[in-house]
Each structure stands twice: as structure tokens, then as C-alpha cells.
Design a binder for this molecule. Structure first.
Ligand code: TYC
Length: 102
């Protein structure tokens, strides 16, 4: 009589305890109308960039059409996009902010 169980040894391995969350890039898109200074304000206000970094990113978007503001988990990225779009709309600028899976 093998007793409880079926007499087969259980070989178990613990899963790694941490899983990396999906990450999302938040991007600004260029347009012809949003003032450069407004984009710099957005980068400082919502992405915690300093004046130099904000200016560099703004000029990159101006010259290349698109640029990265940061990489965040889904909920944080979505919040940033909503905040930037609401702020641009409030000031009647056509600035577009989007997110994409990394
Ligand atoms: N192209 C705009 C201008 O010449 C400036 C600008 C930069 C607009 C970045 C949007 O995401 C942007 N006033």
C-alpha cells in the first residue's frame, strides 16, 4: 500500500516571484501650430524634465516629427496622455500625445 498520494514523487519548481510589466512609450507628435515654448512647458510639467532636456526633446520632435517623453506602465502612460491632451485642448493647441507598446 503506497498510502496517501499515488507513490509518485512531486517535483515542483517555484516560478520567479517577479514579472516585468508591459511598458509603454509616450510620444509627442509635431504639428505646425503648437508654440515651441508650450511643448517645453508640457515636458517640464508632465514629464518632470529640466529646461535643457525639455528643449532637446521638443527640438527633436520639431525636426523628426515624433519623439519620446518617457516609458511607463500602462496606467501611468495613459494618465500622461490624457493630462497632456486635456492641457493642449484647454489652451487650444493641436498638440498630439500618444502611447505605444514598447
Ligand atoms: N513645430 C512647432 C512649431 O514650429 C513646434 C512643436 C514642437 C510642435 C514639438 C509640436 O510636439 C511638438 N511651432
Amino acid at each position: 500500500d503506497p498510502g496517501p498520494g499515488n507513490g509518485t514523487a512531486v517535483i515542483a519548481r517555484a516560478k520567479p516571484q517577479t514579472r516585468r510589466p508591459n511598458m509603454y512609450r509616450v510620444l509627442l507628435l509635431n504639428d505646425d501650430y503648437t508654440p515651441m515654448e508650450f511643448v517645453v512647458v508640457v515636458l517640464r510639467k508632465y514629464f518632470n524634465k529640466g529646461a535643457e532636456d525639455a528643449t532637446r526633446i521638443m527640438l527633436h520632435v520639431h525636426q523628426h516629427g515624433v519623439g519620446e517623453c518617457g516609458i511607463f506602465t500602462y496606467e501611468v502612460a495613459e494618465t500622461k496622455v490624457t493630462q497632456v491632451m486635456d492641457y493642449a485642448r484647454k489652451h487650444q493647441h493641436p498638440l498630439q500625445c500618444i502611447m505605444e507598446k514598447k
